[in-house]
Design a protein around this ligand. Structure first.
Ligand SMILES: Nc1ncnc2c1ncn2[C@@H]1O[C@H](COP(=O)(O)OP(=O)(O)O)[C@@H](O)[C@H]1O
Ligand SMILES: [Mg+2]
Length: 270
């Protein structure tokens, strides 16, 4: 049942002048599935994520979301479909508070007669709630983001993505700038989001993270998809590294809809 994919991108190409960042990539994602997107620097991972988040337009190719053709011409269109993105640099505004960042562009308002006012207290209340749910230690929702640690900023970005009950979250190296402890916390948040049935695309260079967090691994090399394998089928991360370096030419399985209920949670790396 190919129509049961949440997202299906076909033959995606992207050129920047003479640089072919993506050279005909097929990518699919099921509801609730977590895909690790890996590859060397310059392989085209961020370009693919930017296309799926509406931040960049492909040179050619088609994208189906929920069985319908979509033109992800900007990030608002993607967001309206339930696609949320957390970038390495997080895209937060440092001069705004935690709550303001979480609600940026989607502020809650209340109407009093002819006046429209920001429902500030309600935004702070809900922001605090979602942060608490994610077991995140952010001092106050009224604190400016500028004063937060990398891990806390990451938490705010994840809370922002979470508040809107996304169907799909794209994470481009979410822990690249974090310390060990902060990475662990951020990964706990991702695990929670994943457990709620949100589909996740996770770009990371950490093989332990790939093996632990993903249902499937997609490997990019020089603008092409060279690997697409269920994580449970991998005996170890070595197989992924071989695909990344080119020691293994290709390993692409036929796309099959993923079922989160059947997720293998333990013993996949044995
Ligand atoms: N805005 C851009 N302008 C020109 N070239 C770009 C741009 N963005 C990415 N590229 C090029 O596209 C290729 C893929 O980059 P990218 O998707 O960022 O790779 P990755 O995220 O896997 O490191 C690289 O050669 C990179 O230099
Ligand atoms: Mg990148």
């Amino acid at each position: 049942m190919s129509h049961s994919f949440l997202l299906r991108a076909t033959d995606i190409r992207k050129s920047y002048g003479a640089v072919e960042a993506l050279r005909g990539v097929d990518f699919h994602l099921s509801r609730g599935e977590t895909v690790a997107l890996v590859g060397d620097n310059g392989a085209g991972k961020s370009t693919l994520v930017k296309i799926l988040s509406g931040a960049t337009r492909p040179t050619s190719g088609s994208i189906e979301f929920d069985g319908k053709n979509v033109a992800l011409d900007n990030t608002d269109i993607a967001r309206d479909l339930g696609i949320e993105t957390v970038y390495q640099d997080l895209g937060l505004c440092s001069n705004l508070t935690v709550a303001e960042n979480i609600y940026l562009g989607r502020e809650l308002v209340r109407k009093i007669g002819p006046l429209t006012m920001l429902a500030k207290r309600e935004m702070h209340r809900r922001a605090a709630h979602v942060l608490k749910d994610l077991s995140i230690n952010v001092p106050r929702t009224t604190a400016n983001v500028a004063g937060l640690s990398g891990g806390q900023r990451q938490a705010v970005a994840l809370a922002r993505a979470r508040l809107w009950e996304r169907s799909m979250i794209l994470l481009d190296e979410p822990t690249a700038a974090l310390g060990v402890q902060e990475t662990r916390r951020a990964m706990d948040s991702v695990r929670q989001i994943r457990g709620e049935g949100t589909a996740v695309v996770l770009i990371t260079h950490s093989m332990p993270m790939v093996m632990e967090m993903s249902d499937r691994v997609v490997v990019m090399r020089r603008g092409e998809k060279v690997g697409d394998v269920a994580t449970a089928k991998l005996k170890s991360a070595d197989a992924i590294v071989s695909l990344i370096t080119g020691a293994t030419e290709r390993w692409i399985e036929v796309p099959t809809p993923f079922e989160a209920d059947a997720r293998v949670t333990e013993g996949t790396t044995a």
